[in-house]
Design a protein around this ligand. Structure first.
Ligand code: GSH
Length: 269
């Protein structure tokens, strides 16, 4: 079997998603971690592998794969056991609607929310010119503009409220789908790439200290699904093993610092 090499960051959602795919399939990989705050993703050698300057990137033999959703689809085809997609075409479409939701809505929302709440305080401790020069290396102009706005204004950036609402809307979509499903999982009767794609984003809110958005009977089906996924051994290998306590504590502290403002924006103050 060819050697797999994963370029990733320990608590990046997209990296967690791919590590879950690898762990469910019990695939070993060589790990190359990038420090996103230090700008490792913009190093010329890495940008040759991933021109967007983001993680993750998976190298399988001489094949370089980017885009976490597509990497997990690749893994499911190239390493078919255990299967992480449903059998029927209709259900596979349903699975892809979830992964599309992540790519089109949830990840962009999470990027803004995480940047405003948790990355900004860390970036503010760095040299301002260095931070701005890293933003200048972001290839997508819209993303660059968002990064600057969020760095300057945090949760008061015009990007923040829209992103936060969009993020929380997905929690309701999850609750509603899981409450009407006859299954423990998002699609069909077994775990699929849909579950692996969504769970890192619930975890991110958990890390920020916002689990009240689904716990305490607010969203009981989502709570049960989230807890169920935590019981999998793949979760330990892909998520817990990579959690760096100071980073998680830092996210929690940053979340607490703006908790009341976030509640206010959500209209629950
Ligand atoms: N659509 C891409 C998004 C990748 C992405 O945004 N990765 C984040 C971490 S989750 C990243 O590398 N951020 C660093 C940056 O934007 O500078 C994927 O799914 O792989």
């Amino acid at each position: 079997m060819a050697t797999l090499r994963l370029y990733h960051a320990p608590i990046s959602t997209c990296s967690q998603k791919v590590r879950l795919g690898l762990a469910e399939k019990e695939l070993e990989f060589e790990s190359v971690t990038l420090d996103l705050l230090a700008g490792d993703q913009h190093a010329p050698a890495y940008r040759k592998l991933n021109p967007d300057g983001v993680v993750p990137t998976l190298v399988d033999g001489d094949t370089v794969l980017t885009e976490s959703t597509l990497i997990n689809e690749f893994l499911d085809e190239a390493y078919p056991e255990p299967k992480l997609s449903p059998d029927g075409a209709r259900e596979r479409h349903a699975m892809r609607l979830w992964t599309h939701l992540v790519d089109a809505q949830l990840h962009p929302a999470c990027r803004v929310v995480t940047s405003a709440i948790a990355m900004r305080p860390a970036q503010q401790r760095l040299d301002r010119e260095q931070v701005l020069s890293d933003f200048a290396k972001v290839p997508d102009p819209a993303l660059r503009e968002m990064r600057i706005s969020v760095f300057e204004h945090g949760v008061e950036s015009p990007y923040f409220e829209r992103a936060l609402r969009s993020y929380v809307d997905v929690l309701e979509t999850l609750e509603s789908a899981l409450s009407s499903n006859q299954s423990d999982y998002l699609v069909g009767s077994r775990l699929s790439l849909a579950d692996l794609a969504l769970v890192p984003y619930v975890l991110r809110l958990d890390h920020l200290g916002y689990s009240h958005l689904w716990q305490n009977e607010r969203r009981p089906h989502l709570t049960a699904w989230y807890e169920r996924l935590h019981l999998r051994s793949a979760y330990d290998a892909a998520i817990r093993a990579w959690e760096v306590a100071p980073a998680v504590e830092g996210m929690h502290a940053a979340g607490s610092a703006v908790h009341s403002r976030v509640d206010e924006i959500l209209g629950r103050a």
